[in-house]
Design a protein around this ligand. Structure first.
Ligand code: SF4
Length: 692
């Protein structure tokens, strides 16, 4: 008998890796997942996929999965398996004890951008209604929180403006601080298709990413700016637009406000390309030419990534890009806009679901009495009007002894957050750390309770991708641990005295829709019927909104905000003469907890340090040598890869492996508005680990 391997059933679901949100048919033979087939009618991917979504699903059934809840009194003790009832009672009791001793605000929770909207929503509800405070934050704190802040200030809502399809109408594509080929491969293919058709490309990045020169694609401009100087570059673009009369004045007059004050600021000599050359190292003539191309080349669209947000001026840069788009009228139609390329599958959703200490679902401030009352009425709980602690504030408070209990949903903060030593010291200082995850990750080394999570193959709910598209995630198999993550959270809340229960995630989405105007028209039934919808989805837009700000901005008028360039505190010195910046590669995903447990790891078994031939030569470093990377906060060792992709004076690495732990060297510097860490600028020294 020949086993042809034909599937016996298929389930339509969504990739759990990047923010493109590709749809897949999971094909099963019996209970075994045999392959993932990209879905041709998927709104985000139209039948395409990358090597992660298509092949790297083996982690979901990896033997490292922990399937039973575990408890230990101290982090020096061995774990002991317990039943669910014991684990949930233990968490509730310990959280209550901490509150009784140290106050209601001594505990909090962190939500995960890898979990579903419904799972995230119940965590923030548990914190607000059962814990009785607003100490809830999301891992988006360390990636796209400046996007949320910057776009809200200027446009009125914290989300990208376009759908992915829109790129097909762009005449000029600007890629800033993003590497779509590696980090968002399926969208990168769409972008390249448009570039091959003749659209012009401007890349703003210290590193020569693949897009700069790849088959049939060549950037018209690659502005190799010094790390940390994005704002100076975007201001120089705007300076050219204003001083050379390239503004779309009718758009500005009809649609925007506070233009004159901004124009006066941006026209100042310190924002000229000549002054900017001094700061950024980018020749003034290149800045002028690129700015003119953006302003006059037809539809111009900006796509950006963490190279924009993970800076001390991340929020300023987001507002700077929004200013530029408004000044040139590049908002509100196909082919234009400001488009954050979200890293994780559900960054957009975790932010939309109110996992910020100052915002309820739908980005409404907790201090807004009317909004808060709506939630209080439905949740039947008094809510505090004061914002709670952000993640870095939780760590600081833990070291002060005022924050003692943390629930961490699917996020490895001990590996992903900056200045690892500070994070682990804070975790070690807490009385109770609860980790809900698939694997015993780095954070679990500091945990007292481990609650097994579910992989995307077991989840039932929704993810929201970078274009605000709400996709269904359908279960391929039942939860291996016997419980859904949303059930666990509800049971903890109940054990703490707050009644919270649902029979199915569709009921959670119904509650989200009832409380959140931008989701008012969303339901599982609609998603099953239409495939997906892009929010806002409500009476005004019952089938969703592919492009935002078409007839007016969400805040009414688009607002220009002056964006002065302020240099980062992180400078190269005699002791630390190089600047380290970080990024991703195609085969791996974030801290690697998933992809390292798949065959993808063979393509990238370790993080390596890219270093320019000149910088390597003066240090006697040869290709493959083991080098020590040292900053003022820590050091790690990696193997060197000599490459002229980086300019002289800048080194680069990825952060997929805990052994090398790039975040051991990143610092406490962060965005002034949101505390998003400044991962992209760290002064370092590099030397041979064993000098010859
Ligand atoms: Fe998954 Fe992103 Fe790859 Fe699509 S592009 S298959 S969403 S990792």
């Amino acid at each position: 008998v020949v086993d042809l391997g034909m599937p016996t059933r298929t389930v339509l679901t969504t990739c759990a890796y990047c923010g493109v949100g590709c749809s897949f048919k999971a094909e099963l033979r019996g209970d075994e997942l045999v392959r993932m087939v990209p879905y041709k009618d998927g709104g985000a991917n139209e039948g395409h996929s990358c090597v992660k979504g298509r092949f790297a699903f083996g982690y979901a059934t990896h033997p490292d999965r922990v399937l039973n809840p575990m408890i230990r009194e101290s982090i020096q003790d061995q774990w002991r398996e317990v039943d669910w009832g014991t684990a949930i009672s233990y968490v509730a009791e310990k959280m209550r004890e901490i509150q009784a001793r140290y106050g209601a605000g001594a505990i909090g929770g962190i939500t995960s951008s890898r979990c579903t909207d419904e799972e995230v929503y119940v965590v923030q509800k548990m914190v607000r209604a059962a814990f009785g405070n607003n100490n809830v934050d999301t891992c988006a704190r360390v990636c796209h929180s400046p996007t949320g802040y910057g776009l809200k200030q200027t446009f009125g809502t914290s989300a990208g403006t376009q759908d992915f399809k829109s790129v097909a109408k762009a005449d000029v594509i600007v890629v800033i601080g993003a590497n779509p080929t590696d980090a968002h491969p399926v969208f990168a293919s769409r972008m390249k298709r448009r570039l091959r058709e003749g659209a012009k490309l401007i890349v703003i990045d210290p590193r020569r990413i693949d897009l700069v020169r790849s088959p049939h694609v060549e950037a018209q401009h690659h502005l190799k700016l010094a790390p940390g100087t994005n704002v100076a570059v975007v201001n120089a673009f705007a300076h050219v637009v204003v001083t050379e009369n390239l503004t779309d004045q009718s758009f500005v007059d009809e649609r925007c406000e506070e233009f004159d004050e901004w124009a006066e600021f941006i026209a100042r000599p310190e924002n000229s390309p000549e002054a900017t050359e001094e700061i950024t190292g980018v020749p003034a003539a290149d800045l002028r030419a690129a700015a003119r191309l953006y302003a006059t080349g037809g539809n111009a669209a900006i796509y950006y990534g963490l190279g924009v947000t993970e800076h001390s001026q991340g929020s300023t840069m987001v507002m700077g890009m929004a200013n530029l788009a408004m000044a040139t009228g590049n908002i509100g139609r196909d082919g234009v806009g400001i488009n954050p390329l979200r890293g994780q599958n559900n960054v957009q959703g975790s932010c939309d679901m109110g996992s910020f200490p100052h915002e309820l679902p739908g980005y409404r401030h907790i201090s807004d009495d009317t909004v808060r009352t709506t939630f209080e009425d439905l949740w039947e709980r008094h809510l505090l009007a004061e914002p709670g602690l952000r993640i870095p504030n939780m760590f600081d408070a833990a070291l002060d002894g005022t924050f003692r209990g943390l629930f961490v949903q699917g996020e490895d903060i001990a590996q992903s957050d900056p200045n690892t030593q500070h994070v682990t010291a804070a975790l070690a200082a807490m009385d109770l750390v609860v980790v809900q995850d698939l694997f015993l990750n780095e954070t679990a080394k500091f945990a007292h309770v481990f609650l097994p999570g579910t992989s995307f193959l077991e989840k039932d709910g929704t993810f929201i991708n970078a274009e605000r598209r709400i996709n269904r995630v359908r279960p391929v198999m039942p939860p291996k641990s016997g419980k859904h993550e949303w059930e666990i959270v509800c049971e903890i809340a109940q054990a703490m005295g707050y009644p919270m229960s649902y029979t199915h995630p569709r009921e959670i989405m119904a509650e989200i829709a009832a409380l959140t105007p931008t989701f008012a028209g969303v339901s599982f039934e609609k998603l099953d019927k239409l495939g997906s919808v892009q929010w806002p989805c409500n009476d005004k837009a019952p089938e969703g909104t592919p492009i935002m700000h078409v007839d007016g901005f969400v805040r009414g008028k688009g607002r220009f905000v002056p964006t002065p360039f302020v240099p980062t505190r992180e400078r190269s010195t005699r002791k630390y003469p190089l600047i380290l910046t970080t990024g991703r590669i195609l085969s791996q995903y974030n801290v690697g907890a998933q992809t390292r447990r798949t065959e993808n790891v063979a393509w990238h078994p370790e993080d390596i340090l890219e270093i320019h031939p000149h910088d390597a030569d003066v240090r006697g470093i040869r290709n493959g040598d083991e080098v020590t990377l040292t900053s003022r906060v820590g050091h790690t060792t990696l193997h060197a890869h000599i490459s002229d992709r980086m300019p002289i004076g800048v080194v680069y690495t990825t952060f997929h492996h805990p052994v090398t732990g790039a975040n051991v060297v990143t610092t406490e510097n962060s965005d002034w508005a949101t505390n998003c860490p400044e991962y992209k600028v760290t002064a370092v020294q590099v030397g041979l680990t064993t000098p010859t």
